[in-house]
Design a binder for this molecule. Structure first.
Ligand SMILES: Cc1cc2nc3c(=O)[nH]c(=O)nc-3n(C[C@H](O)[C@H](O)[C@H](O)COP(=O)(O)O)c2cc1C
Length: 352
């Protein structure tokens, strides 16, 4: 009943379940425990040098021979932002003052890209999968990775985006619904309100492309995975639920906030990083929204809100999480994979 397909066969997966890459939250230990359990573990590369990236991959490899996905969110250089976002800096200053953080810094940011050093590192380390978010790198980088036998995947939030990714050679496409925690991986247009949820996006992407489709967004238990398979998915990518694993690197305040959530605890906001992301709403997101102030360009806004996280106060953390956050459980990663697999099997058997 479980969908065995090009993706599970090529990546030697027992379970078509992918632990989503989530930047520094996704540790080598988390990815190793997930892969050891027969699912696909992922490491986020956001913010890591090629040297650190290689170290993270080696750390995972030391613990398991299972498959690994290495992830790159990609965005353009916002340019020199000095003396911009003055309104946002003025809005944040009283919050900084309450925490004795001094003056709000000047906004600054650089591009998110696959540098030559990262490309060399990937060609040397050869993770089984490389994934992208917010669109694709150059054709030359795609060709080099493919030539090395690396399986390539990228997030799409609409059918049009999925078609572009298929035409540019992705081996599988992640259909990311608006329920998803973290940043929405859109790269066409900027209107977030018209983008579909997973229930509607997934079958339309499955109909539109000829490569395996991975469902992402709001899946936290076997019911969600089974539903995704019913809609044509070849695998499910799950982020928020894996944040609750002790192997994930999140603060005590973040963990505590996740434990006291409900179905209405999250919202889409660009006020944490400068780009729409789904997060648990808290005092920070409410105060910034009420101020009506525009954020600094992505990801410079992170540099303005980040210092407020210093004392791990859940009211002022950027709590990226998806709409299924209240369904998530405190559980070691290996146990979570086993639980998700047995819950899914039970759901699929009920429809035999
Ligand atoms: C805290 C957090 C950080 C994330 N960071 C990344 C990232 O760096 N790269 C990426 O491709 N996706 C990232 N995502 C999105 C996931 O890949 C995935 O689409 C999402 O977690 C699925 O929805 P769910 O959280 O409801 O399971 C992140 C998600 C969360 C919750």
């Amino acid at each position: 009943m479980w969908p065995q397909n090009a993706l599970t066969e090529r990546l030697s997966l027992k379970w078509p379940i992918i632990q989503a890459p989530m930047g520094e939250h996704t540790t080598p230990l988390l990815a190793a425990e997930v892969s050891r359990s027969g699912a696909l573990g992922s490491l986020g590369m956001w913010g890591f040098s090629a040297e650190d990236g290689a170290r993270r991959i080696a750390g995972m490899r030391q613990q398991t021979a299972g498959s690994l996905n290495v992830n790159y969110p990609l965005w353009g250089d916002p340019g020199d932002l000095t003396n911009t976002a003055e309104d946002m800096r003025a809005t944040l200053q009283p919050l900084y003052d309450n925490k004795s953080l001094g003056p709000v810094p000047q906004p600054s940011a650089s591009a998110g890209c696959i540098t030559d050093e990262h490309l060399d590192m990937l060609l040397c380390q050869r993770p089984e999968v490389v994934s992208f978010h917010f669109g694709l790198p150059s054709d030359a980088i795609i060709a080099a990775l493919k030539e090395a036998g690396i399986f390539l995947i990228c997030s799409a939030t609409t059918v049009a985006e999925a078609r572009i990714l298929a035409n540019r050679g992705m081996d599988a496409i992640i259909a990311q619904g608006t329920e998803a925690g973290g940043h929405h991986g859109f790269f066409l247009g900027d209107k977030i309100t018209t983008r579909p949820s997973l229930l509607t996006l997934l079958p339309q992407v499955v109909d539109a492309v000829d490569v395996p489709v991975i469902a992402a967004g709001g899946i936290a238990d076997g019911r969600g995975i089974a539903a995704a398979f019913m809609l044509g998915a070849s695998a499910a990518q799950i982020g928020t639920a894996f944040l609750r694993c002790p192997e994930a690197d999140i603060t005590d305040g973040y963990r505590a906030a996740m434990r006291t959530t409900s179905d209405t605890s999250t919202e889409q906001t660009d006020l944490i990083s400068g780009r729409p992301a789904r997060a648990i709403h808290n005092r920070l997101t409410r105060q910034l929204a009420e101020s009506g102030t525009h954020p600094a360009p992505f990801p410079a806004q992170y540099g303005l809100t980040g210092p407020l996280e210093k004392d791990d106060d859940p009211d002022y953390l950027g709590l990226l999480a998806g709409q299924a956050v209240a369904l998530t459980r405190d559980m070691p990663a290996a146990e979570l994979v086993e639980t998700l697999a047995s819950e899914t099997s039970a759901c699929l058997s009920a429809f035999r």
